[in-house]
Design a protein around this ligand. Sequence first.
Ligand SMILES: Cc1cc2nc3c(=O)[nH]c(=O)nc-3n(C[C@H](O)[C@H](O)[C@H](O)COP(=O)(O)OP(=O)(O)OC[C@H]3O[C@@H](n4cnc5c(N)ncnc54)[C@H](O)[C@@H]3O)c2cc1C
Length: 390
Amino acid sequence: MATRRTAVAIVGAGPTGLTAAARLAALGVDHVVLDARAEPTATSNAALVHASALELLAELAAADELVAAGNVVRRIVLADDRGPFARIGLTDVDSTYPFALGVPQSTTERILLARLGELGGAVRRSHRVETLRPAPGGHLIEGTADGGPFTVHARYVIGADGAHSAIRAAAGLTFPGEQYPDQFVLADVALTAPPAADDEAAVTMSPDGVTVVGRLPGGTHRIIATVAGNVPPAPDRSFVDNLLERRGLAARTAADPLWSSRFRVQHRVADRFRAGDVFLAGDAAHVHSPAAGQGMNTGIADGFDLATRLAAVVGGADPALLDGYETDRRAAAAEVLRFTDRMTRAALLRNPVARRVRRVMAGTLTRVPPVRDTITMWVTGLRRSPLHQA
Ligand SMILES: Cc1cc2nc3c(=O)[nH]c(=O)nc-3n(C[C@H](O)[C@H](O)[C@H](O)COP(=O)(O)OP(=O)(O)OC[C@H]3O[C@@H](n4cnc5c(N)ncnc54)[C@H](O)[C@@H]3O)c2cc1C
């Protein structure tokens, strides 16, 4: 069995790994991408792409096609059982993309993969990484592909292998945090009487739980909702209609969901994003609540930042440049974790007095320009972007 030698091995071809690979390919760095799955993601999972990620995808010449395939979202409307009480605008930002995009994760990955192909790169599918160990001049990665073993020797390793990262475990890095008590329901479904305009995402906070509704391309809506009780593995039309009714929403399903699922959410950040020349990025390094759709966007920024630094160092720059990855991206992940946690806990309030205070506070604060601008910069990710840091 021949060992493939490369400058950078990327383990995981989700949005994070594909961004890193496309960036390395664009900068002419030899790399290998390994993914355990036979096929890319086929479902809509992370369906909101923010301005900061669009700017990074533009650097990879992948943004225009994505924008053409998505639905523009200009504001997030916060409501409770008494109606809307605050609006978070996404348009008043200094960006080529003054909006967010509702687009299935499968589309984002397809466009990134095509771009990687145009740049001469590819993903080695059905390659499951099992072990990682130091070897002279780098690391040895071993695993199984289509029943047979494979070996890759890499100077640098990127663990972009998701929340259950084998690379994180092999590098001895821990992933402290906890799980939210509520389950999350997810459904892509055509709706009658949706709670917001086509260019808005509606967040409705009822005592029964939080319901987020936003439009996807092709006329369907994405619903994400917290549920305190049991949720079936693939919630059907009547489950979704009951949920909408209990939360005081007029919307009802117009057809069976195209896709539905349930998931539990954790909030965790790896203690380190780096062990020597092994790096963590994306969900392997941080997971958080889906509030304001930050997961995939943060991973895209990690992948872009790390690949840019690795390309420079492989090209002869001072390896100290790599130190900034952990400093910048761990701080970005911590900020995302903090504000998504605050938003999630505020949205889940059940005490009537606390809910009234939330309504007044959020309604007032989101109209104060400096506060409003700070919230917009948090949500769009622009201040945390590698493109906006000195
Ligand atoms: C049902 C669902 C709904 C979601 N909804 C939202 C949302 O609304 N908003 C949001 O922001 N985020 C959402 N997320 C999270 C979002 O999908 C992730 O944040 C995003 O996919 C992270 O990208 P990633 O590339 O870091 O990791 P992943 O997308 O998890 O990719 C990791 C890749 O690594 C591969 N891999 C794993 N182990 C190995 C191994 N040992 N060897 C080789 N390859 C390996 C996997 O096959 C996979 O392709 C959702 C996720 C799910 C599952």
